[in-house]
Design a protein around this ligand. Structure first.
Ligand code: SF4
Ligand code: SF4
Length: 89
């Protein structure tokens, strides 16, 4: 599966700092994409990010709370048709 970030995300970036495969990125522009997002095609489900989140805003997809179900598609869309990874110099 994948891990998923959802609404309580406060954009502090801690999860992205610990992700070994760098599949978490800050949503850009923030006004349109207010959270950090996980690329479901690259997440290896290691779980390292979960305990690092200060607001419990990231979890395995199968444990995503029902009220945040839409976040699964939003995370995927960010990389499929949204801004995706930042361009590297
Ligand atoms: S579960 Fe692992 S690979 Fe997936 S987003 Fe978290 S740290 Fe990255
Ligand atoms: S650690 Fe939590 S609050 Fe911080 S960017 Fe990641 S999901 Fe968002």
């Amino acid at each position: 599966m994948t891990h998923v970030i959802f609404d309580p995300c406060i954009r502090d970036g801690t999860c992205a700092d610990v992700c070994l495969v760098a599949c978490i990125v800050a949503g850009t522009p923030e006004a349109v994409w207010p959270w950090y997002y996980v690329d479901p095609n690259n997440c290896i489900d290691c779980g390292d990010c979960v305990a690092m989140c200060p607001v419990d805003a990231i979890c395995p997809a199968e444990r995503l709370p029902a009220q945040y179900a839409a976040a699964l598609e939003l995370n995927a869309r960010y990389f499929r048709t949204g801004p995706g990874y930042p361009s590297r110099p």
